[in-house]
Design a protein around this ligand. Structure first.
Ligand code: SAM
Length: 327
């Protein structure tokens, strides 16, 4: 314990000055491979190898995938608790906001890529269930002098919203088995199974046929993947919606300074204290700084072939929700 503590203190002392000296690089669009202009690509392209970013490091694309896998394998068990600790629980509101903007329709089929422990899929199923219940109540209340039988039929009927027979479905897809395992345990604990499936798969090579999904979400996952857009467009149905929730550029300069200080000085420490893993959380903070700012990412989505692209800032731009359609 004493050895562990002293090692931890040494690390704090060694790493803090470097963090304090790191310039806020939010706004760079280096981390997203094909979404990246060629001039910003890594140096080893000349040798036929394409570099990308792993936090502030420049690494070959294949190496990044391996390193990202290790990060999430290490943090899986503590992932949810760390999310609450780092964001003071606010990540829950950001995820709720995603569902609010999505407002899924009856029968919608969701693919949540880099879905990890399933937060978005749980919210999706919960949202559609509460919409269904609301509609059932409204239908019953609008009946003129219904019999008990009418009311009972309304509540027990198989028909969903507005009488449409349609079940919503959510697929959580993630490359990391450990993250999915934690998600499945959560689902069992919460008693959620209907309409939910868990699939191990790489966002760059999705194990699904073309034109399968109405909605494709990626929440706090796009930074980890080098090429995401081609597969997103392939698996979405025409008319389907791509939604990306991701850390972005804080719009208020004072808040931006506070946010930087918190990110670099507090988050890795929390990572060490709660999850015994400084490095993974240092990667997290660095990868956030490497992600493009709101407008840049919007343009990148348009260049990639999405239409009607728009975004909403959440918490002064700490997080942005981008959405676009496959038309
Ligand atoms: C920060 S977590 C986000 C989890 C979840 N979406 C959430 O909001 O809590 C990022 C996830 O991306 C996954 N991931 C990384 N690279 C991936 C890839 N190439 N394909 C699919 N998932 C990937 C990781 O395994 C991890 O579960």
């Amino acid at each position: 314990m004493a050895v562990h503590l002293s090692r931890f203190v040494r690390r704090v002392v060694r790493l803090l000055p470097a963090h304090c000296g790191v310039p806020a690089a939010a706004g760079s669009r280096l981390s997203t491979g094909r979404w990246t202009p060629p001039s910003c690509r890594g140096l080893s392209q000349e040798s036929g190898e394409t570099n990308t970013h792993f936090g502030f490091e420049s690494v070959p694309e294949e190496e990044k995938a391996k390193k990202v896998y290790e990060v999430f394998e290490n943090v899986a068990q503590k992932y949810d608790i760390m999310n609450d600790a780092m964001s003071l629980g606010i990540h829950r509101l950001w995820k709720d906001a995603l569902l609010h903007v999505m407002h899924p329709q009856p029968g919608a089929c969701l693919l949540d890529v880099a879905g990890g422990t399933g937060d978005i899929a749980f919210r999706f199923l919960d949202y559609v269930q509460s919409q269904k219940e609301r509609q059932t109540r409204q239908r019953a209340r609008s009946m003129q002098s219904p019999s008990w039988q009418d009311i009972s039929d309304n509540y027990s009927g198989q028909k969903d919203w507005e009488g449409v027979e349609a079940e919503c479905r959510a697929v959580v897809c993630d490359i990391n088995k450990e993250m999915l395992k934690v998600g499945k345990e959560k689902a069992d604990y919460m008693g959620v199974s209907a309409g939910l499936s868990w699939v191990v798969g790489d966002a760059e090579e999705l194990p699904f046929d073309d034109n399968q999904f109405d909605i494709y979400t990626v929440a706090f996952g796009i930074r980890n993947v080098t090429h995401i857009e081609k597969e997103a467009l392939r698996v979405l149905k025409p008319g389907g919606r791509f939604m990306c929730l991701e850390f972005s550029k804080v719009t208020n300069p004072v808040l931006a300074k506070l946010y930087d200080a918190y990110s670099f000085q507090v988050i890795p420490v929390l990572g060490e204290v709660i999850a015994g893993d400084w490095k993974s959380y240092q990667y997290l903070v660095e990868s956030i700084r490497k992600f493009p700012a709101q407008n840049e990412f919007k343009e990148m989505m348009e260049d990639a072939g999405f239409f009607c692209v728009q975004y909403h800032n959440l918490t002064a731009g700490v997080v942005a929700l981008h959405s676009g359609f496959k038309l």
